[in-house]
Design a protein around this ligand. Structure first.
Ligand code: SF4
Ligand code: SF4
Length: 345
């Protein structure tokens, strides 16, 4: 482990140094909101952001990607993104979501396309400075993060504590020539930031422990809340698209007009969308909107946790709450209603 301190100016010099040799993607302002995008100058970096419009999952699972191209004679070529890049400004809850995605895309069927991008990334995470309106990371145990990143930056008021957690991170941090040694006082201030974030990133407190949720849902399948909420659901899929832990996709073939060549693409899909479960023969096994609405919540707190050692697949970013036009997507309001009606044993 290597820990250093960078002043604001030292951070700008460090990022400009990275920009001179590397591809850098980072959080920047987009009107009055924020998003990840290609960084051209260190002065555009905004580590004081509240939340990005889309989570950083798009760098590992892009909205549309070419898996392979083929000739109908039988020759095919797989495509991989081999470009190295640095991703700056990943908040702890998004880092936890990436850690979950890493497990899902590597544990049973190792996904070369996802993992190639992931292995080519160097992640510089940062602790939250400005809580967003709908964040509830404190409730989900994701207000701070201990692994997954290569470097973690924490703003302690008079500069940043930068901790390198991997060899890639140490090698990168060695380029911060204006960095200085951290003092005991700096580390204490960092701990205070972590302690504070455990408390304040909680604008929708959950009325039970996250680990209670799978059991709660076992008893909630027939609860009327699914029908009630679904009455005003547009099936727009926005809650899926903005979620850092939603990873469902569809695979489509585009065949050329002369039927000689084709391209196989992987495209984001969403369980709330009409037609998500339509299969061969036109059969649709989750056609009802209320069933799709229920499925998203079960997936977050029961089905995916069963695959990844019990971790709840909602990291409390609050993006689905921001995105839902009819204000029904908030997982906490649903889980809390179930806690009130059914109770935790
Ligand atoms: S379900 Fe909503 S709050 Fe939870 S991780 Fe997804 S977008 Fe964020
Ligand atoms: S964002 Fe809201 S309206 Fe759209 S699919 Fe999700 S729950 Fe339904």
């Amino acid at each position: 482990m290597s820990v250093k301190k960078l002043s604001e100016n030292a951070l700008v010099s460090f990022v400009d140094c990275l920009l001179s040799t590397e591809k850098v993607e980072a959080v920047q302002a987009k009107g009055d909101k924020f998003d990840f995008g290609p960084l051209e100058s260190a002065k555009d970096l905004r580590l004081d952001y509240d939340i990005t419009l889309l989570p950083p999952k798009k760098y590992f699972q892009p909205p549309v990607e070419t898996l392979l191209t083929y000739e109908t004679e039988g020759v095919y070529k797989s495509h991989y993104d081999n470009e190295r890049f640095i991703l700056i400004g990943v908040h702890p809850y998004d880092m936890m979501a990436i850690n979950q995605m890493d497990k899902l895309f590597s544990q049973d069927n190792y996904d070369e396309h996802y993992m190639t991008r992931r292995n080519n990334a160097t992640i510089i995470a940062c602790d939250v400075e400005t809580p967003s309106k709908n964040v509830f990371a404190s409730s989900m145990g994701t207000a701070t993060v201990k692994d997954g990143y290569d470097i973690l930056l924490t703003n302690i008021g008079d500069g940043y504590v930068a901790e390198a957690a991997t060899e890639k991170g140490r090698s990168l941090l060695s380029k911060a020539t204006e960095a200085v040694k951290v003092s005991e006082q700096d580390l204490k201030k960092r701990q205070q930031v972590w302690d504070k974030n455990q408390e304040v990133l909680n604008n929708h407190p959950l009325k039970c422990k996250p680990s209670d949720l799978p059991k709660l849902l076992e008893k909630a399948y027939e609860h009327p809340i699914w029908e009630e909420k679904a009455k005003t659901c547009f099936s727009c899929g926005s809650c899926n698209q903005v979620c850092p832990t939603c990873y469902c996709f569809n695979v489509q073939d585009d065949v050329s007009w002369d039927l000689k060549t084709g391209e196989r693409k992987r495209i984001w899909d969403g369980c709330l969308l009409d037609g998500f479960t339509r299969v061969a023969g036109g059969h649709e096994f989750r056609a009802k909107r209320a069933d799709r609405f229920r499925h998203r919540l079960y997936r977050k707190a029961k089905y995916v946790p069963a695959k990844i050692g019990g971790q709840i697949a909602c990291v409390g970013c609050g993006r689905c709450i921001n995105a839902c036009l009819t204000d029904i997507a908030n997982p906490i309001s649903i889980y809390n209603k179930l806690v009130e009606d059914i109770g935790i044993d």
